[in-house]
Ligand binder design. Structure first.
Ligand code: BJW
Length: 234
């Protein structure tokens, strides 16, 4: 490929074949919960124990899943890519991290978890982020601030996604943008394709099926990520 500035956006579809559930199920529930009850600051304020339990359970599930061929194909690409490569994931799992640990990337690669990370927690007062060290209680005291508690390091609805300035800079400079396994239902990630188009990038959607925003992409590659991603980057 003759491109040098690559931005890849991934969503739940890339981890689906590893056994991590996607978000937008037909029954409107996500792991049996209404999204407003567990993924909003209001839901957390109303019932912190329910929200901590939900995330504790999902953290435990992570131990049972492994990166799949799509994560590995991106890690192999990052090892051989001679340019800037920003991988922005909306996923809070650590499957990209594990794939890149197994196949270290070349210089110029960066991974951003724009919606946070399941295996981290954050002090509500100081903002200090810590590695998760076992199940968290509803009122887990923060070691960083006398009035702080440790909450999940997750970007809930209505909160600002992480490292947006860095992502916007990369989109302004990119010449290839590839969106993998995301429905494009959640902003600001759903708007990245327009920013990439504005920069003059070639834009590609890889997904199980065309999404409602498919017309915004120059190309679509449809099929399970474990087959479509390695084939596209081969
Ligand atoms: C496969 C596959 C296989 C399956 N192979 N493919 C009205 C209009 C516009 C915006 C808003 C609005 N009202 C509110 C907003 C803003 C809001 C928003 O977008 N809401 C929408 C619902 C409309 N956004 C926010 O609040 C965000 N913050 C924000 O906007 O701040 C202000 C701001 C302003 C200006 C600049 C910047 C910021 C925060 C969003 C936080 C999202 N958080 C969540 C929860 C994380 C917590 C957790 O995990 O516990 O993040 S929501 C959930 O959705 C999660 C995901 O990262 C995110 C995206 O989902 P994703 O990954 O696309 O998954 P699915 O399930 O939707 O799709 C999977 C796809 O894979 C499907 O297409 C399948 O076909 C495919 N697939 N198997 C390939 N094997």
């Amino acid at each position: 490929m003759s491109h040098t500035n690559l931005v890849v956006l991934t969503g739940a579809g890339i981890s689906a074949e590893s056994g991590v559930p996607t978000f937008r199920a037909s029954d409107g529930l996500w792991c049996g919960h209404r999204v407003e009850d567990v993924a909003t600051p209001e839901g957390y304020a109303a019932d912190p124990a329910l929200v901590q339990d939900f995330y504790n359970q999902r953290r435990r599930q992570l131990a049972e899943v492994q990166p799949n061929a799509a994560h590995r194909a991106l890690a192999e690409l990052a090892a051989r890519w001679r340019g800037a490569f920003l991988l922005v994931t909306q996923n809070v799992d650590d499957l990209h991290d594990r794939a890149h640990e197994a196949t270290p990337p070349a210089a110029g690669f960066e991974l951003i978890h724009m919606h946070g990370e399941l295996l981290k927690s954050r002090c509500t007062r100081s903002g200090v982020v810590m590695d998760w060290a076992g199940d968290m209680a509803a009122d887990e005291a923060s070691p960083h601030h006398p009035q702080g508690v440790m909450r999940p390091h997750i970007v809930w609805f209505g909160e600002m996604p992480l490292q947006m300035e860095r992502i916007e800079r990369a989109l302004e400079a990119c010449d290839l943008f590839v969106s993998i396994g995301t429905s494009g239902a959640v902003y600001p990630a759903a708007g990245f394709v327009q920013a990439a188009r504005h920069a003059g990038a070639r834009t590609v959607e890889i997904n199980l099926e065309p999404t409602s925003g498919a017309r915004l992409f120059d190309e679509g590659v449809y099929g399970p990520a474990t087959q479509a991603v390695p084939a596209f980057f081969d």
